[in-house]
Every structure is written in structure tokens, then in C-alpha cells.
Design a protein around this ligand. Structure first.
Ligand code: HEM
Length: 470
């Protein structure tokens, strides 16, 4: 009776190693294990506990508690450091006051006004994607992951760096692919507890490759940053030039960062590099997987696909060029994307370091431990109603059927560290989908797919069939 009561403990805990042995057992199918933790949280009142060796980890899907933790504990657990080792300390990994300062500085780069200037570029890239996909149309089931991946990578690197055409192709490939490869090393390390130990990781071939990639990435970005600095110097271009808000023109994120560095003396070249790398790393895998999953869902629900197609036809009436007003009119398409992000959890969990005791009516969550905010669990919470696990885009058309607590919908995270690129992602997915759905009839079967957890949840062998619409 004198001990503080802890939340229910996930089965399988052993002395000293805690649940580490189960992590090892499931290392090649991490999603099965993480999903079973998500289900256990749902069945046991919204908070549970497990241990990775001596380290206590809580998992939460109670929306009040998750919201409180997301807003009071802003720091990330130690394994986020693997990301800053690879690509520098950008917004995802910065902690404490530095995060607050940089978040405030970078927020304007993602305002709706700035994002609207990217629409033309997203439109052009959407058209390119469709012409590439035409080469695999009418050829039976195909895996289009690579097309989607490269498409998002190209869009993000263009809106981040915008260079002259000859440099841009090199950047689309070299810069994007280097960040992708570094990202794969970071994820591989994060999912293998043995490699968390630096003295083991430092002896691997993977570490040597990471060092090479970091060096190449640094040289490439330094070259671009210096070149862009001197171009801006020559043209005396300013960030708030009113021409930047004219359709077809836009300022890349790099210019905003350079402006902060030049006129407000706040960002060093190292910090600029870290932010550019982070925007690319945080966006291409997430957005391309989300796009892939929307296409799989459309292919599996023909009625939903026809409704999306009809809505697009009604809004565009055969007009080729997109405008920001058209995007807001696509309410059903938006409902479909939101429902895919809810049911299929592109990022099924995020984590925080508890830097203070969290005192709850029943338990105290201990300072120094980690807390997983289970997005999987929030999206299946009983407040969504008895059909919580069903794919029903219509629920988004009637706000009365949605839960009142906003924390229950968290595809982009919750609280103060919510995704800064969420509107960017929605815009880029909508423009891509408009072009794809207008051009092709899609079929597939999402119900039979298995999923891989690589921080982002990805379908294994996601086959779809594309048929040209007449
Ligand atoms: C469907 C696409 C996307 C999904 C599902 C997604 C999801 C998320 C989630 C769940 C977080 C919170 C991470 C955490 O709490 O640890 C996050 C953070 C972040 N995302 Fe996204 N994201 C997407 C697209 C993007 C895009 C397009 C960008 C940039 C252009 C971006 C940039 C970031 C950044 C910089 C953060 C860190 C925010 C901070 O800590 O202040 N994301 N994202």
C-alpha cells in the first residue's frame, strides 16, 4: 500500500531486460509487436507500461493525458538523437529553448500564403507523375512505390531549393537520395536496440557509409547555399518581394532561411543545412506512403473512387490548371485523405521524454522515462463510435459524428510539436490525386496487405492496377 501504483504492465516482462527479449524476437516484424501494444493500451484504460532494459516506457491513448504530455513535455527521447547525428539538428530533433526559437522562426515558411505559391510547382509535378504512370498503365498489377517516392522527393526538393534547371536535376537525384539513404540507416539503427550502443554502431559498415553520405550531403548543400547567397546578393532580392506571391513564382524555403541568416543574424550555415535536410527527410517518406495508401484505398472502394472522380470533374469542368480555390472545394477528396490517415496510421506513434513527473488521478508517470503517444490507439478510441475501425470517409462530412476532443485525430502528431508541414502535405497529396484520378481508373485490395514499420508504416508489395479512363 505504500508503493505508488503503476499503470498495467504489458505481459512478458523479465527481470533486468524488461521486454527487450520480445523486441529482439519481433525485430523483423516490429509492427506486429507495436500493434499488440497499441491494442493492449486500448483494452486497459488508456495507459500501460513496459520496459526496455531498465528504461521505463509508458504508452498512452487517453486523449486528455496524451494532450497534456504533448504540451508539457516538449523534448524527444534519446533515440531521436540518431536522426540529428545523420542529418543535423533540425526541427524534429531540437529540444528545449532552441526548438522554441527555431519553430517560431520557421513557422512563416509554412503559412498558407507561402504554400499557395507552391501550387503551380506541385501541379507541374503532378502532371509529370501522371505521364510517368502512363507507362505502367494497362499492364496489370504494378508496384508504383518508386514513382511516388521520386515524385514527392522532387516536389519537396524543388520547393525547398529551387535552382536553375541544370542544377535542379542533380539535386532531385543526389540530394534526395543521400537524405533517403541516411534516413534508412537512422531507422535501421533506431529499430535495433543493440545498435543504440555507440561503441557497437561505430564499428559497423553502416556507420562508415553514414559518414561518407554526411560528407557528400554537406559539400552539396554548402555549394548550393553559397551560390544562392551570391545570387541573392547580386539581385538584391528580398524575401517579401510582392512578386513572390504571383502564381507561377515562388521563393524556396532556402531563401527564407538565408534571409533569417542575413538580416536577422540568427541562422548559421550548419543550422540551415540541418533544417533543409530535416524538411526533406520528414516529408518524402511520410507523404509518398500516405499517397500510396490513399490510392490503395481508392482501388479497394470503387464507390468512393467514383465519388472522388465525379467531384473532381464537377469542380474542374475540364479546366487543366489548378487554383487554391479549387482545392478547398474538394471536400469529399479531403474526407477520403483524412479517413485514410486515421484508419491506416502513416505514423502510428510518436514519443516524448518525460522531463517532469506527470501526476494523474490513479498513477504518477515518472520523470526520466519515455512516453509513446499511440496514434494507432487514439484513432481507434471508443469516442469514434462502434464503427471506429471501419473506413468511412462520410464521417468527415458530418461534424456531429466526430469526437469532440481534437487530440483523438493525430495523423500529424499532437500538441505544440505537431507537424509543421501538414498543410504542405495535404496540398501536395491533393494535387497529385487530382491528376491521377482524372487520368486512371485504379483497382487494388488494401484488406490483404501486410505492413512494415519503418517509423512510417508502409504496405508490403502494394500492387495496384491502373487503367486509362476513356
Ligand atoms: C502525410 C505526410 C506527413 C505526415 C503523416 C507527417 C507526420 C508528422 C508527425 C506525426 C510529426 C510529429 C513527430 C513527433 O512528435 O515526434 C511530424 C513532425 C514534423 N513534420 Fe511531418 N508529416 C508529414 C509531412 C510533412 C511535410 C511535407 C513536412 C515538411 C515539408 C514535414 C515536416 C515536419 C517537421 C519539420 C516536423 C517536426 C515538427 C516539430 O517538432 O516542431 N512533415 N510530422
Amino acid at each position: 500500500w505504500w508503493k505508488p501504483r503503476s499503470p498495467p504492465i504489458f505481459p512478458g516482462q523479465l527481470p533486468f531486460i524488461g521486454h527487450g527479449h520480445i523486441f529482439l524476437k519481433y525485430r523483423n516484424d516490429m509492427w506486429s509487436y507495436l500493434k499488440s501494444i497499441g491494442e493492449y493500451v486500448l483494452e486497459h484504460g488508456g495507459i500501460i507500461q513496459f520496459r526496455a532494459g531498465p528504461h521505463i516506457v509508458y504508452a498512452v491513448n487517453d486523449p486528455e493525458v496524451a494532450g497534456m504530455i504533448a504540451n508539457t513535455c516538449l523534448d524527444k527521447p534519446y533515440y531521436y538523437k540518431f536522426m540529428s547525428d545523420g542529418i543535423g539538428n533540425g526541427l524534429v530533433t531540437l529540444n528545449g529553448d532552441m526548438w522554441k526559437i527555431h519553430h517560431k522562426l520557421l513557422n512563416p515558411a509554412f503559412s498558407q500564403k507561402v504554400l499557395n505559391t507552391y501550387l503551380n510547382e506541385m501541379d507541374v509535378q503532378g502532371q509529370n507523375l501522371v505521364s510517368q504512370l502512363t507507362t505502367v498503365a494497362e499492364k496489370g498489377p504494378v508496384d508504383i512505390t518508386d514513382f511516388l517516392f521520386k515524385h514527392i522527393l522532387r516536389t519537396v526538393s524543388r520547393t525547398s531549393l529551387r535552382l536553375e534547371a541544370k542544377d535542379q536535376d542533380m539535386i532531385d537525384n543526389d540530394f534526395g537520395e543521400a537524405v533517403e539513404e541516411i534516413g534508412n540507416i537512422i531507422i535501421h539503427r533506431a529499430l535495433r536496440p543493440m545498435l543504440h550502443l555507440s561503441f557497437l554502431f561505430n564499428r559497423t559498415a553502416m556507420k562508415r557509409r553514414q559518414v561518407e553520405l554526411i560528407r557528400d550531403n554537406r559539400e552539396l548543400l554548402d555549394h548550393i547555399i553559397q551560390k544562392r547567397k551570391s545570387d541573392l546578393e547580386v539581385t538584391k532580392d528580398t524575401v517579401n518581394n510582392k512578386d513572390d506571391f504571383v502564381p507561377g513564382k515562388f521563393k524556396p524555403i532556402l531563401d527564407l532561411l538565408l534571409h533569417l541568416s542575413d538580416e536577422q543574424y540568427v541562422l548559421s550555415d550548419d543550422e540551415i543545412r540541418a533544417h533543409l535536410n530535416t524538411f526533406v527527410a520528414a516529408s518524402f517518406d511520410t507523404t509518398s506512403s500516405a499517397l500510396q495508401t490513399v490510392l490503395l484505398a481508392l482501388g479497394s472502394y470503387p464507390d468512393v473512387q467514383e465519388r472522388v472522380f465525379n467531384e473532381i470533374q464537377n469542380v474542374f469542368d475540364n479546366i487543366e490548371e489548378l487554383t487554391k480555390h479549387d482545392l478547398t472545394k474538394l471536400v469529399y477528396l479531403e474526407a477520403v485523405i483524412k479517413e485514410v490517415l486515421r484508419v491506416y496510421n502513416i505514423i502510428p506513434l510518436v514519443a516524448r521524454k518525460l522531463d517532469t513527473d506527470i501526476v494523474l488521478p490513479k498513477y504518477t508517470l515518472r520523470a526520466g522515462s519515455s512516453c509513446i503517444l499511440s496514434i494507432y490507439g487514439l484513432h481507434r478510441h471508443s469516442s469514434w463510435g462502434p464503427d471506429a475501425r471501419e473506413f468511412k470517409p462520410e464521417r468527415w462530412l458530418n461534424p456531429d459524428t466526430l469526437p469532440t476532443n481534437p487530440n483523438l485525430y493525430a495523423p500529424f502528431g499532437i500538441g505544440k510539436r505537431i507537424c509543421i508541414g501538414r498543410q504542405y502535405a495535404m496540398m501536395s497529396m491533393k494535387t497529385s490525386l487530382i491528376h491521377i484520378v482524372r487520368k486512371f481508373h485504379i483497382s487494388g485490395d488494401i484488406s490483404t496487405l501486410k505492413w512494415n514499420f519503418e517509423v512510417v508504416l508502409k504496405a508490403k508489395t502494394p500492387l495496384i492496377t491502373l487503367t486509362l479512363r476513356s
